[in-house]
Write a protein that binds this ligand. Structure first.
Ligand code: ADP
Ligand code: MG
Length: 538
């Protein structure tokens, strides 16, 4: 037997679990069932795709309780783990951004749904157990299995398990009942049934307790929306996303005919902490005729909609389909185009049907969505239609349509100014004349704004125009007197003196209180973009 230490981050997280910061402890069972279900999917897939020899005739999950001994057991006959896998998977958290998230988690004791973002389901067992044993044997391997045990403190032990069957058995030694004055106990029959029904009803393998099957196993995406409760959808969402908060919006799709598929998509209500991290998990789950094929299928949804979670079940694909084939598959590309269209139109509908939800959506995901203006020129219009931007008119963001609606008489173009912050943009000398004459200007401060404004020429027939570039044709203010006198010599003098620094010095109508300002040529890159390129080492 060997005693090993948990990795530092894992130890911290366990601490949080042991001194449970999460009020809903029931979810430990959901997490164990979810892991068991994944393991069963993996075994079926290994047989199907890699030709692994395995008996998959009775894939299932079993729950056993012993009230006397105060134990609760969850067993699966899935893929199992090797000794190395147990140490690596259960002893460490290998996910990006863990340290950062942990510090946030400690600050925010009140928002424990953050825990879910770790995908640390297994550790949640320590909320209810003071000792956890895991016995496992990997399908397709010779020899003995492995036994892991821990009290959730700093260490765990690992040992051989000679007689372990294929699959995984997790045994929880439940904390004494009187520790918290709960009305129920996790050895209560009704409590187990209630938790399974609530959180795991859609799991596609039978969850048994004795001779009884506790879940209906119905694929949620295959059921008519009217027959599924919001709560069922929400639990399914949590199962596939590892998010612990309810989704913002649910999207059902069904296509019949030459190429059949069903899709169930979710728009989360919060951006994940790793939305802008390259190695973050993204993509949808792919099923073929109810059989799970793969997680994180990026082929099904473009990167700029990477926050969308969900399932696509395609009827006509081969069960053996690989990622390489997926990338080229015509049907997959067609499904992807339809999903994009549907997601964008759903958001557009929210704009009028539920402005509050729309505002949440844009606040959380707008920065990512704007990347789509670069990635998908064909979708400029639908993306711009759902975009909103900070503006000099008021504190709330505005859509372009609303901006156009408010345009002053004679105004032909949509004015914007990019910069690093709202205050920087508002205090820019470029702003003076526009403010003075009451022209609304959009305030674009996301890094991606610098880039898309260069590739998107117009919206609704109105040119998008940076007020920092070239000579903006501001309709002349009649009340303002022409500058008097001959400025020729002064301008000539300045141009000569500043020849290293600027291309030209010219008289301008755009300033009211400042004496001078720097503008770029219409074709030059903006100062902020210049800075960004420099930061990227170009
Ligand atoms: P997650 O499920 O988000 O990966 P968990 O903490 O729930 O995180 O589980 C960690 C890992 O341990 C899983 O990814 C899986 O590889 C492995 N694992 C957990 N439970 C099982 C099981 N019952 N059978 C096989 N592997 C398991
Ligand atoms: Mg899990």
């Amino acid at each position: 037997m060997e005693t090993l230490e948990f990795q530092a981050e894992a130890r911290q997280l366990l601490q949080l679990m042991v001194h449970s910061i999460y009020s809903n402890k029931d979810i430990f069972l959901r997490e164990l069932i979810s892991n068991a279900s994944d393991a069963l999917d993996k075994l079926r897939l290994a047989k199907l795709q890699d030709g692994l020899e395995a008996d998959t005739s009775d894939l299932h999950i079993e729950i056993e309780v012993d009230a006397e001994a105060r134990t609760l057991v969850v067993r699966d006959n899935g893929i199992g783990m090797t000794r190395e896998e147990v140490v690596a998977l259960i002893g460490t958290i290998a996910k990006s951004g863990t340290a950062e998230l942990l510090s946030k988690l400690k600050e925010a004791k009140e928002s424990p749904e953050l825990i879910g973002q770790f995908g640390v389901g297994f550790y949640s067992t320590f909320m209810v157990a003071d000792r956890v044993e895991l016995v496992t044997r990997k399908a397709g391997t010779e020899g003995h299995g492995t036994r892991w045990e821990s009290a959730g403190e700093g260490t765990f032990t690992i040992d051989d398990a000679p007689d372990a069957p294929i699959g995984t058995t997790v045994t929880l030694h439940l904390r004494p009942k009187d520790e918290d004055d709960a009305l129920y106990d996790y050895t209560d029959e009704w409590k187990i049934k209630e938790i399974v029904k609530r959180y795991s009803d859609f799991i596609s393998f039978p969850i048994r307790k004795g001779d009884e099957v506790l879940n209906s196993q119905k694929a949620l995406w295959a059921r008519p929306r009217s027959e599924v409760t919001d709560e069922e959808y929400h639990e399914f969402y949590k199962h596939i996303s590892h998010d612990w908060t309810d989704p913002l919006e649910i999207i059902n799709m069904k296509a019949e005919g030459t190429f059949e598929y069903e899709a169930l998509l979710f728009i989360p209500s919060r951006a994940p902490h790793d939305l802008f991290q390259r190695d973050a998990r993204r993509g949808l789950q792919l099923y073929v005729k109810r059989v799970f094929i793969m997680d994180d299928s990026r082929e099904l949804i473009p990167d700029y909609l990477r926050f969308v979670k969900g399932v696509v079940d395609a009827a006509d694909l081969s069960l053996n389909i690989s990622r390489e084939i997926l990338q080229q598959d015509r049907h997959i590309q067609m499904i992807r185009r339809r999903l994009v269209k549907k997601v964008l139109s759903t958001i557009k509908d929210l704009l009028s049907s539920n402005p509050e939800k729309y505002a949440t959506f844009w606040r959380e995901f707008g920065r990512a969505v704007k990347e789509g203006l670069l990635a998908e020129p064909d979708n400029h219009k639908p993306i711009l239609e759902i975009a909103s931007f900070a503006t000099t008119e008021g504190t709330e963001p505005t859509t372009l349509a609303a901006y156009v609606e408010r345009m002053k008489e004679g105004q032909e173009e949509i004015y914007f100014l990019t910069g690093e912050s709202r205050s920087q943009v508002e205090n820019s000398p470029h702003m003076e004349a526009f403010r003075e004459q009451g022209y609304e200007v959009l305030i674009l401060t996301d890094p991606v704004d610098e880039i898309w404004v260069d590739v998107v020429p117009e919206f609704d027939g109105k040119k998008l125009r940076s007020i920092a570039r070239g000579s903006v044709d501001l309709p002349k203010d009649e009340d303002k007197p022409e500058p008097e006198g001959d400025f020729g010599p002064l301008l000539g003098f300045l141009t000569e003196k500043l020849t290293e620094q600027v291309k030209e010095v010219r008289l301008s109508h755009r300033l009211t209180t400042s004496a001078a300002c720097l503008v770029s040529d219409a074709d030059d890159i903006t100062p902020a973009l210049e800075k960004m390129y420099r930061a990227m080492g170009q």
